[in-house]
Write a protein that binds this ligand. Sequence first.
Ligand code: F6P
Length: 512
Amino acid sequence: MHDTGEWQALSAHREALDGVHLRDLFDRDPQRGERLVAETDGLLVDYSKNRLTDETVAMLAALADRTGLRHRIEAMLDGEPVNTTENRPAWHAALRRPDPPPEIRQQLDHMAGFAADVRGGGWQAVVNIGIGGSDLGPAMATSALAAYADADLDVRFLSNVDGAHFGATTRGLDPARTLFIVVSKTFTTTETLANAITARAWVADAVGLEKAGGNFAAVTASPDKAREFGIDANAVFAMWDWVGGRYSLASAVGLSLMIAVGPDDFADMLAGMHYIDEHYRTAPWEENLPALLGLISIWNRNFWDWPTYGLLPYAQELALFPAYIQQLDMESSGKSVRADGTPAGVGTGPVVWGQPGTNGQHAFHQLLHQGTDIVPVEFVGFCRPNHPHIEHHDLLMANLFAQAEALAFGAPDTGDPHRSFPGNRPSTVVLADQLTPRSLGQLVALYEHKVFTQATVWGINPFDQWGVELGKTLASGIAAELTGAATPDPTRDSSTQSLINRYVACRRGVTR
Ligand code: F6P
């Protein structure tokens, strides 16, 4: 892609913007802040505080055309095998269609029936056991939609193999009245299985092993393994191999969320996702929110060479949103080769990090304002809160707007270098009316398709994650050594080996 005329033209155009301050761009063009925005269905993206012009947007749109983005979007949304290294579709969009294929409809009905039984079934808590895509989506969304949840039911999330997480997650719960949902596409993920086995023993201590299976449900593409674990077939929900883990919130992976908020709110979330799917399919690039976010990300990553961005929701309910998008973007975009196996040739996945405002302002914003590196920021905020404390909300949003303003424009030079705020630091504001199931669905789909837009320009496959495999294989070999089930590997490096030796010596005698 970097040898195309469109890419070269953008490089030259970027050089021409050297030395141009955001202040100049706004001074010269009083309508800039009203014009460089895109909006659909109550969701607004203001990208005017990025170092770009109308010409940049037109050139990025030409780049999108050159990559065949429109055709690629249709292929993805229509279920073609766009995940080429695994030769299958990445058809998460089918999960949220108003007219889904029969197997999806049946699954949604099965989930709704199960959720109703659980909500009315006298359970104290539901604990989702899963990791990565089998945890982050439902955990993020359940926390985001806390205002819509059934207050009588405690929905918790257990992911880390660290036993401390099991202890903290089950603290205060009655094992007999705790329902565990084991979510694992493969049903082989070590962390999830270790937690599921410990949970089963914990429940069995209270109700007996023969009855413990009644406290478990599963979501998996390997139903046989779930049944072998002792889970009733009626409590096993399918995962399809054409839905990737980090794209699976709308599938049965979202069962814990559906139990928390109920089937109607879950359906509203799906409707919000579908709305953005169709918007992405049809809107011109200049009005297309996911395409714009993705193309601006390319602009910042590849033409300005900024390798990271901060994702800062000004909404405590979205505290887990940065972690969710971290997996979505970094597991999808962390690739060095194109889909055809040739080198990517340009920088790909940016590093994503963040936490909610205003907390971040008292932690890392110093570097954003005065550090030597430029770090673009994406703010997410809402006009109306889900709580009655409007005065808090006004303060919260005042801070969001002030941060974006200060980053862009800085402050007049006082002559004191320590108090100098140069500004010219880019940011984008995503502003929605209110955090609702529908707008959350919109946000999730917005970012999914942002990531797809980037991947299409880079020519990479965003739907595989082979890089995760090496660590898993090595860890299982080392785990066998730690328990004495295997002898040390003589080919291992001296650093890893001495750390293992030190650990084994130190842990000796610890039996529980
Ligand atoms: O972290 C790697 C990964 O493969 C993720 O892509 C996936 O979401 C997670 O592990 C969990 O996998 P599973 O659902 O099979 O347990």
